[in-house]
Design a protein around this ligand. Structure first.
Ligand code: ARG
Length: 568
């Protein structure tokens, strides 16, 4: 596959002996296609040649001698720019022929590299709420994309299954277990117990002490506390799993915070050896600089903290997975926590590679536009309810628009869930999100259903055509030399670069945006060009583009964590 930028770099290098990096730096993609597909800007070269950019542009242009080059339709000098217009037919042919989209094999870019992604990670015995949607969906998308690029990915659900709150839950459960049916509705009932015991703790200091003792006992392996804690965990996981099944989320490890209960001693020892542990008001802390609060490693009663468990997890993950990058996907509320933890990680005697590989990937908050979903003001919206509502709403839309559709149940599920997932990935992850049903499920907007709809259109065009042998090598590319086809080809050429950009910025919205652009480009192409025309060569060429667009849309959606319906 010829890459336009690379090609221009090569020919300029041959004639000028300029450094490759410098040349690459001078090549732009003009926003306005009237300025060409690529522009070589000569402003940076003025210092080297001691000449005006316009003169440099003219001189280089003359040296290039491009009359014979079939890769360009036209090359012209405008001021300090050399504008390159790529031959559309040659370009489209190149993209469609050399990139075998139908059988996109995972790329090899990441071969030999290990990526740990810590995501979703809800807290046991607490509601799996709409705020956890983002980590689950963003983490899941990153997982698929890294894997597709050839990395070895380890997805970890670092469950919040440890800490003082379990001491409280054990206390509440022991007191009132007969009043609550936690088998039937575990998380709701445990939440009620948690609220009630917290109130009691506030009124009665001795209850609070009992709760603290319970957690201490749990840490020491007490049989009774461990048994109840295990029960809470199993029941919670069963409930979480229903959400994961809906979203198709998979994890390679479920090692949560409790997994590190016997691995924190080493952290404390190492910090002690380095002379980094300071005792302050009975607690052990590490000073992490003037602009951050100190990192608490051990509380005054001897209990460990969330941060200590994260430090133990870093040691474990470095040794177990030999990671090149360890990514943590959480809301931006935890920025300080990870800053502290990553700073302290420098003192654990780890290879520098592992410290440098730590990366927090924060995201913004979700708010519901209409309070309708929430049962009471201020109550948390459970993720499962939200997903089920999405399916139900999609079902209603299908019933109105397409009542005779087969597989309505399955299609509603794909559309409803796809809409929620896409919505969550549509914008820059740091942006706070307002969740508005009308926007999420708008088939005309920049939404999941819009992409699904465009995919279904490619499918139905191909089905109507009944053209079994569409092969890239048999297409007459000369009939595709128009601006609309060119726009599609340019986007197709970008697919791989888009995925790489996603991993450089840990930003799946780059792919979401791309899929919208590709859908819109196909929509324009489809509106301006009849696909099922008489002339066989024209029909086949347009069908082939249709097929490739459909395949890339489907692959892209899959990478984001969405499915495609076959009809809608
Ligand atoms: N359980 C935490 C929460 O719900 C998120 C855990 C993120 N991962 C980590 N290694 N700290 O807020």
């Amino acid at each position: 596959m010829i890459d336009g930028k690379q090609y221009i770099t090569k020919i300029i290098k041959e004639q000028t002996q300029l450094e490759e990096e410098l040349i690459l730096d001078c090549i732009e993609k003009p926003k306005d296609s009237k300025m060409g597909d690529y522009a070589f800007t000569c402003f940076k070269l003025a210092k080297i040649y001691h000449k005006a950019p316009a003169i440099i542009a003219q001189e280089i242009y003359e040296k290039l001698n491009l009359q014979q080059d079939e890769w360009f339709e036209k090359v012209e000098v405008v001021g300090g720019y050399i504008n390159f217009f790529i031959n559309k037919v040659a370009f489209i042919k190149n993209v469609l022929q050399e990139q075998d989209f139908g059988m996109i094999k995972p790329y090899k870019i990441g071969e030999g590299k290990n990526i740990v992604i810590d995501y979703s990670s809800p807290n046991i015995a607490k509601p799996f709420h709409i705020g956890h949607l983002r980590t689950t969906v963003i983490g899941g998308a990153l997982y698929h994309i890294y894997e597709y690029l050839g990395y070895h990915v380890i997805g970890i659900n670092h469950l919040g299954d440890y800490g003082t709150q379990f001491g409280k839950l054990i206390e509440g459960y022991t007191r009132w277990k007969d009043e609550y049916d936690i088998e039937k509705n575990p998380i709701d009932e445990l939440t009620k117990i948690y609220v009630r015991i917290n109130q009691l703790c506030e009124e009665d200091e001795s209850v609070l002490q009992a709760c603290r003792d319970n957690f201490k006992k749990l840490e020491e392996g007490d049989a009774y506390c461990t048994e109840i804690w295990k029960k809470f965990k199993e029941l919670s996981l069963k409930e979480f799993q229903r959400v994961y099944d809906l979203l198709g989320s998979k994890f390679d490890s479920w090692n949560g915070e409790s997994f590190y209960s016997d691995k924190m001693e080493e952290v404390i020892q190492k910090l002690e050896e380095k002379g980094k542990l300071i005792t302050s008001e009975g607690a052990k802390i590490v000073d992490v600089g003037k602009d951050m609060a100190p990192c608490i490693i051990q509380k005054s009663n001897g209990s460990t903290t969330y941060a200590t468990r994260d430090l133990a997890a870093i040691l474990y993950r470095a040794r177990t997975y030999d990671y090149d990058k360890a990514i943590y996907v959480t809301s931006y509320e935890q920025i300080l926590h990870f800053k502290q933890v990553f700073t302290v990680a420098q003192y654990l005697d780890l290879d520098k590679k592992y410290v440098d590989g730590l990366e927090h990937v924060p995201y913004g908050m979700v708010r519901l536009a209409s309070g309708k979903m929430s049962t009471r003001e201020g109550t948390i919206v459970k993720l499962e309810d939200l997903l089920l509502e999405a399916i139900q709403r999609a079902r209603k839309i299908i019933e109105e628009k397409e009542p005779q559709l087969e597989n309505k149940e399955e299609t509603a599920k794909i559309i409803g869930l796809g809409a929620v997932v896409f919505n969550d990935l549509a914008n820059n992850r740091m942006k706070d999100e307002v969740f508005d049903w009308d926007e999420v499920l708008n088939f005309q907007g920049e939404t999941g259903p819009y992409i699904q709809y465009m995919y279904v259109r490619t499918k139905s065009v191909l089905e109507k055509a009944k053209e079994p042998d569409l092969d890239a090598s048999q297409i007459d590319y000369t009939v595709l030399g128009d601006a609309d086809a060119m726009q599609i080809a340019k986007l197709l050429e970008q697919f791989k670069h888009i995925l790489i950009q996603v991993t450089e910025k840990e930003e799946p919205s780059i792919l979401s945006r791309y899929l919208i652009d590709l859908s819109q480009a196909y929509s324009t192409f489809y509106n301006n060009h009849k696909v099922l025309v008489e002339e066989e060569n024209v029909r086949k060429a347009r069908l082939y583009i249709t097929k490739v667009v459909g395949e890339v849309l489907k692959k892209g959606a899959e990478l984001l964590g969405m499915q495609m319906p076959e009809r809608m």
